[in-house]
Write a protein that binds this ligand. Structure first.
Ligand code: NAD
Ligand code: ZN
Length: 261
């Protein structure tokens, strides 16, 4: 039996009773899909300085640094598929216990796993917009010409300030998405936080809001987070291993529980 069995059972019982659960995710939920996180053991920050690469200020000064990293990381992003954690989260929604997924990720893997209600706090990596003329292009199209053109140029105005539709450091979050996420935190009957270091603000304020108004909060992360001491349940380990077990306990209670006993 896994040492987390009692915690899994406690988390499952909270989710089973919920009809308006919210799942809050960070880069760790996509780590097992091969997309590196920023923080954590294999985090990208050990290889790049994110403020140099993905802050709006440095991007405006020189977009080539961002696109150089994009060229290097292109393959791992393109090949990424949803993993068992994304699928288990979609399963919790399908079973009627979770109302929405609030994510800091820009990779679109929740949607591809079948999650119908995804709020993207930090935008998405599907499009690229020209900062000069406003022209919009699909990201894969721009990515394809990086080999011969770096930084890539706008097809319309030929200038070289094409920026992905992700929120960079120093940029505001989409206000409508942020507002809706706080509303969900106000109304949820449980919040499950998965694969987030819970230090990037204002996103990290969302689970704190749920906690302060008395909703049970479950943290699933492979390393400690600042919220652990106040969380109702902490599931320590890899999301791709823990969440499928959790889903099984939630939807197939008698059989799964007796197997864990
Ligand atoms: P983060 O990188 O700060 O933290 C990720 C957390 O996940 C860490 O605490 C790490 O220990 C944990 N983790 C790693 N692998 C895990 C696993 N298999 N199971 C469970 N936990 C695991 O990520 P964040 O909190 O989302 O915030 C950083 C910012 O990085 C966000 O703004 C986000 O937009 C951006 N980001 C997004 C992606 C993506 O879209 N996939 C990837 C990298 C960074
Ligand atoms: Zn342009």
């Amino acid at each position: 039996m896994s040492s987390t069995a009692p915690e899994l059972q406690q988390a499952a019982s909270l989710l089973r009773d919920a009809h308006h659960g919210v799942v809050f995710t960070g880069a760790g939920v996509s780590a097992e899909s091969g997309i590196p996180t920023y923080r954590g053991q294999d985090g990208l920050w050990r290889r790049y300085d994110p403020y140099q690469v993905a802050s709006i200020e440095s991007f405006r000064a020189d977009p080539s640094r961002y696109w150089q990293v994009a060229l290097e990381r292109g393959r791992e992003m393109r090949q990424a598929e949803p993993n068992p954690a994304h699928r288990a989260i979609a399963g919790l929604e399908e079973a009627g216990h979770v109302e929405a997924v609030v994510t800091q990720n820009t990779d679109g893997l929740h949607q591809r796993a079948g999650s119908p209600q995804v709020l993207e706090l930090h935008g998405n990596a599907r499009w690229v917009r020209c900062l000069d003329c406003g022209a919009v292009e699909p990201r894969p199209q721009v990515q394809a010409r990086l080999e011969r053109e770096l930084p890539p140029r706008c097809l319309l105005c030929r200038r070289d300030r094409l920026k992905p539709t992700v929120v960079f450091f120093g940029e505001p979050l989409p206000q409508d998405v942020l507002r809706r996420s706080f509303e969900l935190a106000e109304d949820c009957d449980v919040m499950l936080c998965v694969g987030s270091s819970l230090v990037v603000r204002p996103a990290a304020d969302i689970p704190w809001r749920a906690l302060r108004r008395g909703a049970p909060v479950i943290v699933c992360n492979d390393e400690p987070t600042p919220l652990d001491a106040r969380a109702t349940v902490v599931l320590r380990g890899r999301a791709g291993e823990l969440l499928p077990q959790l889903l099984e306990l939630v939807v197939a209670r008698p059989a799964a529980e007796s197997a864990l006993r």
